[in-house]
Design a protein around this ligand. Structure first.
Ligand SMILES: [Zn+2]
Length: 135
C-alpha cells in the first residue's frame, strides 16, 4: 500500500530565524515544487479479487491479482477510486509522490509566511506612525 496522507508535517520553530533566512527558504521551497500538473491525491493499493465463478480457483483462496487500485478519500464518509492498469502504476506512484511533496512544501511556505506576517505586525507596532492610510 502506498500512502499519501499518512505523513505528518514536521513543524520547526521559525521564530529564531532572521527574515532574510526565511525568505531564502521560501524561495528554495518554491523552486522545489514538483510540476503542479502532475499531481494525484490518493493511495495506491494492491488488491486480489474473486471473479464470481464458483468453479474458479479463486473461490478456494487463490485470488486473481494483483490488481492495482487508486483509493481516494473525498470526505469523512465518502471514498472513490479506480483500478490502475499495470503500465500506469509507476506514473500514478510518482504523481502521488508529487502531491505529497507539493503539499509538504505548501505547508512550509505557509508557515514561513505566517511567521513573516507576525514580524510585520511586530514592526508595525514598534515604529513608523502615519505611513499607512488604509481604512
Ligand atoms: Zn476466479
Amino acid at each position: 500500500m502506498y500512502h499519501s496522507d499518512s505523513q505528518v508535517h514536521e513543524r520547526e520553530d521559525l521564530s529564531k530565524l532572521p527574515i532574510l533566512a526565511l525568505r531564502r527558504r521560501r524561495e528554495g521551497l518554491t523552486k522545489l515544487l514538483p510540476p503542479l500538473g502532475e499531481i494525484l491525491r490518493g493511495s495506491l493499493m494492491e488488491r486480489y479479487l474473486t471473479c464470481g465463478n464458483p468453479n474458479c480457483k479463486c473461490t478456494r483462496g487463490e485470488r486473481h491479482g494483483p490488481v492495482w487500485y487508486l483509493s481516494v478519500t473525498l470526505d469523512q464518509s465518502h471514498r472513490t477510486g479506480c483500478t490502475v492498469p499495470a503500465g500506469q502504476v509507476e506514473q500514478v506512484r510518482s504523481w502521488i509522490d508529487n502531491y505529497q511533496r507539493a503539499k509538504d512544501s505548501l505547508e512550509k511556505i505557509s508557515d514561513i509566511n505566517r511567521e513573516l506576517l507576525r514580524r510585520m505586525k511586530k514592526a508595525d507596532k514598534t515604529g513608523k506612525s502615519g505611513k499607512r492610510t488604509r481604512k
